[in-house]
Design a protein around this ligand. Structure first.
Ligand code: PLP
Length: 367
């Protein structure tokens, strides 16, 4: 059985084993040491000296923490979106009363830094720019190395959803000056769902002290106060923390360059593999994500049937499209604990499965 959706991702045996243990006092010395070690290792992989907090929440909780800790109701913000999760980020800001202006890009295309520059030139009032690094819904990686300097040029806060990229790619938070960055344990971190991680720059802390959006559970000033005592304000997901600690041990041993190179290799295998089957990638290959590959559904192929057959006959679980992409694409998740051999198996299974659901190479994609 291969779980090849873009999260939750499979757990290495060491992680499963680490979680097979008794609970401990979440305010005791041992758990304090676990929190400290996890945080230090996250800082290494986020490539930052910024504070990082573990929140017992999913990735969306991390995104919400980014918003409520830096903004006030009525603050104008520019929300970049090129997919489902970009829209979600903007929904959160709107729900808390921010005055959201959308900077939309076609689904399947990346955010364009020049268009962003124009938008920031036209309106100097924006307090922050929000962006999803890796748009899981379309398989597009936004170019943060080009976007971040534009945001810096206009001296705005930059809030980043790196839920499905951090831990798999080289995303240097300090070098790029990313103010708030959110990720989640069930993605590249080879851990179960339950913990979001959020980093805050000194500039973000300054905004935090002035931000007036309502917050309580996700108040990072509380998180900071408790971190000084090696604790979290509220009862954390202790079991997930056991798993994450073990996963980080493996990740640090592999090293970020090794992790990033492995993800790139496997992503290329996925793209080359589907193309060799006569299929087309949904995004332009130049901006294709290294953690999830989105593939156009071939004409005449019912995506639901394809996914069902892959699962029941080949034991491989792929993901469909979300929202307006439902039935139009399918997605292969390849983040976290994944090997080249596993991607070969996925492609081989697709080769056998596709003809069973009505696909012939002579009848390629036109959508
Ligand atoms: C880019 C991105 N942002 C946010 C989320 C939401 O995370 P969660 O489902 O953990 O709340 C996801 C989950 O797939 C994601 O891929």
């Amino acid at each position: 059985m291969q779980l090849r959706i873009p999260g939750p991702t499979p757990l290495p045996p060491q992680v499963i084993e680490a979680m097979n243990r008794q609970m401990i006092n979440h305010r005791g010395k041992e758990f304090g040491e676990i929190i400290r070690q996890i945080t230090g290792r996250l800082q290494t992989l986020f490539q930052t000296r910024n504070d990082i907090f573990l929140l017992t929440a999913s990735g969306t909780g991390g995104m919400e923490a980014a918003v409520v800790n830096t903004l006030s109701p009525g603050d104008p913000v520019l929300a970049i979106s090129c997919g489902f999760f970009g829209d979600r980020f903007s929904d959160i800001a709107r729900a808390y009363g921010a005055e959201v202006t959308m900077l939309n890009f076609e689904w399947g295309k990346p955010a364009d830094p020049d268009t962003l520059r124009q938008a920031l030139k036209q309106n100097s009032r924006y307090k922050a720019v929000m962006v999803v690094h890796n748009e899981t819904s379309t398989g597009v990686a936004n170019n943060l190395a080009a976007i971040a300097p534009v945001v810096r040029e206009f001296d705005k806060l930059l809030l980043v959803d790196a839920v499905s990229s951090m831990g798999a790619v080289d995303l240097p938070v300090d070098k790029l000056g990313l103010d708030v960055v959110a990720s989640a344990s069930q993605k590249a971190w080879m851990s179960p769902p339950g913990l979001a991680m959020v980093s805050l720059s000194p500039r973000a802390w300054k905004a935090q002290s002035q931000a007036k959006m309502p917050r309580c559970y996700l108040d990072l000033a509380e998180a900071r106060k408790f971190y000084e005592k090696n604790q979290t304000p509220w009862t954390p997901a202790v079991g997930t923390a056991y798993g994450l600690a073990a996963a980080l041990e493996l990740m640090i041993a592999e090293g970020l360059p090794g992790i990033a190179a492995r993800h790139e290799k496997i992503a290329k295998k996925a793209r080359d593999g589907v193309k060799a089957l006569g299929l087309s990638l949904f995004p332009d290959e130049k901006c294709a994500s290294v953690t999830v590959t989105a593939v156009k559904a071939p004409d005449g192929v019912d995506v639901k049937k394809l996914l069902q057959t892959m699962l029941t006959e080949y034991g491989i679980e792929l993901a469909g499209g979300q929202q307006k992409l439902e039935g139009k694409i399918f997605r292969i998740g390849h983040l976290g604990w994944v090997s080249e051999k596993e991607m070969d198996d996925v492609i081989q299974a697709l080769a056998k499965c596709l003809p069973k659901v009505g696909y012939t190479k002579q009848n390629p994609v036109s959508k």
